[in-house]
Structure formats: C-alpha cells, structure tokens
Design a protein around this ligand. Structure first.
Ligand code: ZN
Ligand code: ZN
Length: 546
C-alpha cells in the first residue's frame, strides 16, 4: 500500500517538457541581427520611407488619427475583492466568488506619480509622452519594430539587491541600433549578464561579478543598443520591443520591404518629372533630313551634345542642301509624353497599393479625383477607422500594460480612445436599453440600486419570514379560491380553456406553410419489422388523394 501511494505522488514524477521549436532566424546566441536576406539595411529602409511622398503621407495621417484624442486613464474594475482579488466589472455588495464584503474601488493613489510624470516632459529632450508614442508609431509603420525605453533609477539595499525602481525618463529606442539579445531559442535573458552601473560590461556567466566595480551582482541582458561603435545593455523591464504587422519571436518584417518596388518606382517617376522639367538631358526630339554624308552627321551629334550641356531645351535643326529639292523632313520624338506613358494611371495604381497596405484611403489624403466628390466617403473612412483600430489595439494590448506594470499600477488602465467620437444618440439609446433591462429585472422581483457612475446593481431581497399564525394552523389545507364561485376541482380545465383562447387570439393562423397531411404510410406499420411495410410510396399520389 505504501509503495502504491509513493508511485503516484507528484515528487516522484519525472519532469519532461515538449522541446521548444528552434527558430532558424536565430543565427548564434547573443546579439540577434535582423534578417538581412533582402540586402536592405535599416538605414536604407528609413531613407526610402522618408523620401517617398506616399509613405510619409500615409504614415503621418495614420499617426495623427491614432493619437488624435490623446490617451486616457480608465478604471480596470469597478470593485475588487480584498480577500480573493476577484475583479468585478459591475457594482456588487459582496464578492460573487467568495462572498466577502471587503470590496474596494480602484486606488487613486496609484495614479499620482505616473499621471503627473506623463503630464510634463517625459525626457530631457523635452518630449511629451504622446510625442514618444508618435515616434514609435512611425517606427512600426516603417520598420515594424519599435522600442520603448524606460530610464529607471534603482534603489539597492545593503546587499546591493534591487529593492525598488522609479521611472525617470521615457525614450524611443532607434530600431537601427537596438537589437534583441537572445539565446539559441530566441529567448531573452539567458546568454548575457551585465552590471546595473556599468552597462557596457557583459559576461556569459551569471555567477560572476562586475569587474569594474568589483562584486556587484549581474543581471540578465535582454536588449542591446549598438551605436557609435559602443554597446549599451538593457535589462528586462527597461525596454519593450513590439511589432505591428508581422510580430514574431524576434523582429517584425518591414512593410517597406514588401512595398519596395511600388515605392521606388514612384520615387523614380517623381525624379523623372523633376529632371525633365529642371534639366532635360535628352533633346525632346530633332529634325532629321535624309543625308548621304555620315561624317557630317557625327560631327553634328557632337555639336548637339555640347549645346545640350548649355541649354537643356535646345532643339537641334540640321539642314542639308539637296539638289532638286528631294528628300523628306521628319520630326523624331525622343521623350514620350506623360500621357502616352499612362503616367497618371500607373502612378495612381502604385499609390493605391501603398495606401491600401496602410489602410489609408485616398479620400483621406484629400484626393477625391476618382470617387466623384464625397460620394463614397462613408465606405472609405470605414477602412481608415479599421486601420486606426488595429493600431490602437497594439498600444492598448501590448504597450500600455507594460507601461502601467512598470509604474506599479494595477487598478487602472492606460488607453487610446477611438479616433471617432462616440455617437451621442447611440449612447443615449444604449442607456435607454439599460434602463429597460433594469425595469424588467425589477419586475422579476430584484431590488435595483444605481451607483455614482449610473451603473445598476441588482440584489435579491431576503425572503420575508412567513407569518407565525400560519404555523399554528398546522396541516389545514387552504383553498385559495374559498369565498369565490370557482370550484378548485374545475380549475385545471378552466385554465386550459383560457390558455387556448389566448393562444388563438395572439397568433391567428393566416398562412399555412406546411402541408398538413402526413406523408407516407410508414406510421401505419410502426411496431412491425421494416420489411413488412411498403416503403415504395409515391408521395405525390398520396397528397392528391388526401
Ligand atoms: Zn472574493
Ligand atoms: Zn559594475
């Protein structure tokens, strides 16, 4: 018996875990480089994005729309149980989980430091919090990698253990220099260890101590910033890396790589227009006359080239004497006109592809050439709303929880409100429905209370104690219809009649959708073996007969 007991105790089980899938993008432990298989490095991608009109327009519009209404602090819950920490989204007088009455509201003291910190400049560069967020949103739309860096002040105890931290500044980390520091599995914090004070120091052994200050404890490295030939190591909780379009275990995938051809073609088209207007290197055409003297043609071309250097709009004219006045004159065009090259429609198509990726519709870019005024404004703005919604989800679900956690805030959430203001009528209508529901619930016998935010709470009233006189009467059966002319024995029949009447009046039959006839005689043979019945029944004849 004792042996059997031991066999099933948890301490005797061998712990086995499923192997973690290795990531082929992790090349070697330590600093992870971005996948460079497209031969496009981060500085090149930024350069092209900044040069392209359409990319900058999309990115800027998107950014302005996402942060148009700023950020807000909201209550994470209405009440929280102090005993089992169950969070209640609606008002309650006692915990629905454990029945405790120790319920507390969100603590406003938690917000004190964070909200005053964010109201002013969040760093020494005098940036507002929203400015940093906007920079990061640009990074997401260009590189699909953004790094939020929190500069912390650490408070150590006598054993140089971190007791607490305070966030002093918030910066954007440059995706060009920031790298993820990971092991073979792409997991952070296992391969490098650094000193709190000396952030350029790194060792692979977590047990060692800092060489520079001698004896300081080491902390796992999660990120590294490589800039100007130096490396700065960051710990967990100091940096948040996030992607928008292609989140992965390591880096995102820049939209610019996908849009590369469209964007560079658009830039080339703009350059073409630019150079053809400012310094046309090619003659727009020339007048050619038939000739037999090739040598004079060659020297003529040389002269043309020299002339073109001086005057870009020079049109060469060559005349050759011809005996008898024969020979033809031709106008040979070199540059196709913009119209012949379908310039406008090609450019439109390329722009549509880029703006389509970012979810920015063209009407939003003050270009209503194709839509005929504001005809399909509604539809196009819907597309943009979705793009805004998608971007705000990233902030609300990934970034702000990290920020509030580092500020030690558990009762409040930081949120970006939707860019479109709520429809006031819709809000009132929703309220009307809420009130109606409350009235219905009251009719069911609940007691209703409303808190300071206008939220309803429902309580079930205690059943009233039965009057004592009833007990004294004992087993005597009471006829509720005593004193009326209704005989209790007839009651069932009367109720049935009333119900049938009610039914008929409520739903008078106006149409008959189903044939009332039962099809097939199978029922006649119920109880007999299946073979006994004639299954071959033509239902059409059945119906006709019926
Ligand atoms: Zn509880
Ligand atoms: Zn040190």
């Amino acid at each position: 018996m004792v042996e059997e007991k031991r066999r099933f105790s948890i301490s005797n089980l061998f712990r086995q875990t499923t192997p973690k899938p290795a990531d082929r993008k992790v090349f070697n432990p330590g600093i992870q480089e971005k996948d460079n298989s497209y031969m496009l490095t981060a500085p090149v991608i930024y350069h092209i994005a900044h040069q392209s009109i359409i990319v900058r327009t999309c990115v800027t519009q998107l950014k302005n729309e996402i942060f148009r209404r700023g950020y807000t602090w909201e209550e994470k819950f209405v009440l929280k149980c102090d005993d089992c920490s169950k969070e209640h989204k609606t008002p309650a007088s006692q915990c629905v989980e454990c029945g405790s009455t120790n319920l507390s509201k969100p603590d406003p003291n938690q917000l004190k430091y964070a909200s005053s910190f964010m109201e002013g400049y969040v760093n020494k560069s005098e940036q507002l919090f929203i400015d940093v967020l906007k920079e990061l949103e640009d990074d997401l739309n260009i590189m699909d990698d953004a790094y939020l860096v929190m500069v912390k002040e650490y408070f150590l105890d006598n054993d140089s253990e971190v007791m607490m931290h305070r966030i002093k500044e918030i910066y954007r980390g440059d995706p060009v220099g920031m790298h993820i520091y990971a092991d073979e599995m792409g997991e952070r914090g296992n391969k490098g260890f650094t000193c709190l004070r000396h952030r350029d120091f790194v060792v692979e052994d977590p047990i060692g101590t800092c060489e520079q200050c001698g004896g300081s404890e080491l902390y796992p490295v999660h990120y590294v910033n490589r800039v100007n030939g130096e490396e700065q190591y960051f710990l967990e909780g100091e940096v948040l890396h996030f992607s928008k379009y292609t989140p992965s275990r390591l880096y995102g995938l820049s939209p610019m790589i996908t849009l590369w051809n469209s964007v560079t073609t658009l830039i080339a088209m703009d350059n073409y227009i630019n150079s053809s207007y400012t310094k046309a290197r090619m003659p727009r055409g020339l007048l050619a006359v038939q000739t037999r003297n090739i040598e004079s043609m060659k020297s003529f071309w040389k002269g043309v080239k020299e002339k073109m250097e001086q005057d870009p709009h020079f049109i060469p004219v060559m005349g050759i004497e011809s005996e008898g006045g024969k020979g033809s004159i031709e106008w040979i065009k070199f540059m196709d006109s913009l119209k012949e090259m379908d310039y406008v429609s090609v450019k439109d198509d390329l722009r549509d592809r880029v703006s389509g990726f970012y979810g920015v519709s063209k009407i939003f870019m003050a270009d209503n050439s194709s839509s005929g005024g504001l005809n399909n404004e509604g539809m196009q703005i819907l597309v943009t709303n979705r793009a805004v919604e998608m971007a705000q989800t990233i902030w609300n679900n990934y970034v702000f929880p990290f920020v509030t956690k580092e500020f030690g805030i558990s009762d409040w959430v930081l949120k970006l409100p939707p860019s479109e203001e709520e429809d006031e009528i819709a809000v009132l209508r929703k309220r009307e429905i809420e009130v109606n529901i409350a009235a219905s619930i009251k009719n069911l016998g609940f007691e209703i209370d409303m808190d300071d935010e206008g939220r309803f709470s429902y309580t079930k009233p205690e059943p009233k104690p039965e009057p004592e006189t009833k007990e004294q009467e004992g087993d005597v059966e009471l006829d509720p219809y005593a004193g009326t002319d209704i005989d209790a024995s007839q009651l069932g029949q009367m109720q049935e009649e009333m119900m049938n009447q009610g039914k008929k009046q409520d739903n008078p039959a106006t149409t008959r959708n189903k044939p009332s006839m039962d099809s097939g005689p199978d029922k006649r043979f119920s109880g007999l073996p299946e073979a006994a019945g004639n299954q071959n029944v033509d239902k059409r004849t059945e119906r006709r007969v019926g």
